[in-house]
Design a protein around this ligand. Structure first.
Ligand code: NAP
Length: 253
């Protein structure tokens, strides 16, 4: 039973895994036997502690810092990952940024930064890992989207746009690369209890408003994103490509 979820011998690069959902996926993937590249935007205690946690439990991991808004650092991330563990078999595009602003308040450079981190780096990283995945006839690419693909929120218009565009990229790649044994899927979380929501959730009325939008009537936990991610990135998901799976407690409905 467990063998279909076993990742022994596979290397997973999980962007934005110093904290939050990415961190939970890094822990789970290491437990499943993968060599994990833990990534954050910069050197940090969170990044170091994530690597230490994995190693302490007998897993294999390295921590690499790279600002995904900068193409040179994206290149370095790939180079350092390969140096640590060889080919990347599993790419999880999880890092993102979001500014709560309406379209008219966005400055060009702020738009550019959100676009570069959330979308351009996805294109760059996918392009970088494809040759090895094609050569091995095996690969998994999983993007982390958002409930905002379906739910409009005026102050997250640019963020939502980058997430929807990323899904479109995934669907096109899913069709193109299926014949090489490479799957492309998207997981779309709802409101998950992570650092990015601390401020919003501290406001009781905002918290209640969000809870009222969630049929499950509670926030999601980071661990609740890990099972579907492991399924999609292991043999268990070998015939699933082009899926867009909500992990929202029903919030997308
Ligand atoms: P989070 O706790 O806010 O962590 C963000 C991660 O992204 C950190 O590892 C951070 O690195 C990294 N990061 C931020 N800016 C970066 C940059 N410029 N370059 C490289 N890495 C950068 O994230 P999360 O809440 O777990 O969210 C994970 C994913 O789920 C995101 O794609 C998010 O859009 C999606 N999502 C989350 C929710 C939610 O409710 N949490 C809902 C829907 C979708 P540092 O530690 O160095 O800052």
């Amino acid at each position: 039973m467990n063998s279909i979820f076993d990742l022994t011998g596979k290397t997973a690069l999980i962007t934005g895994s110093s904290r939050g959902i990415g961190h939970a996926m890094a822990i789970t993937f290491a437990q499943a036997g993968a060599n994990v590249i833990v990534h954050g935007s910069r050197s940090s205690k969170n990044l170091d502690e994530s690597v230490t946690e994995i190693k302490k439990n007998g897993g294999k991991a390295v921590g690499i810092a790279a600002d995904l808004s900068k193409s040179e650092q994206v290149d370095e991330l790939i180079e350092k990952s390969r140096k640590a563990f060889g080919c990347i078999d599993i790419l999880i595009l999880n890092a993102s940024i979001q500014s709560y602003m309406t379209v008219e308040d966005f400055e060009d450079d702020e738009f550019q930064c959100e676009y570069d981190v959330n979308l351009k780096s996805s294109f760059e990283l996918i392009k970088a890992v494809l040759p090895d995945m094609k050569a091995k006839n095996w690969g998994r690419v999983l993007t982390i989207g958002s409930v905002n693909q379906w739910k409009q929120s005026a102050r997250l218009a640019i963020y939502s746009t980058t997430k929807s565009a990323q899904v479109n990229l995934v669907m096109n790649c899913a069709r193109k690369y299926a014949e090489y044994g490479i799957t492309f899927n998207n997981l779309a979380p709802g409101v998950i209890n992570t650092d990015r929501n601390v401020e919003t959730l501290a406001d009781e009325s905002a918290r209640q408003r969000l809870l009222n939008m969630i049929p499950a009537a509670r926030l999601g936990k980071t661990e609740e994103c890990t099972g579907p991610a492991l399924m999609l990135c292991s043999e268990a998901g070998s015939y699933i490509t082009g899926a867009d799976i909500p992990v929202t407690g029903g919030m997308h409905l």
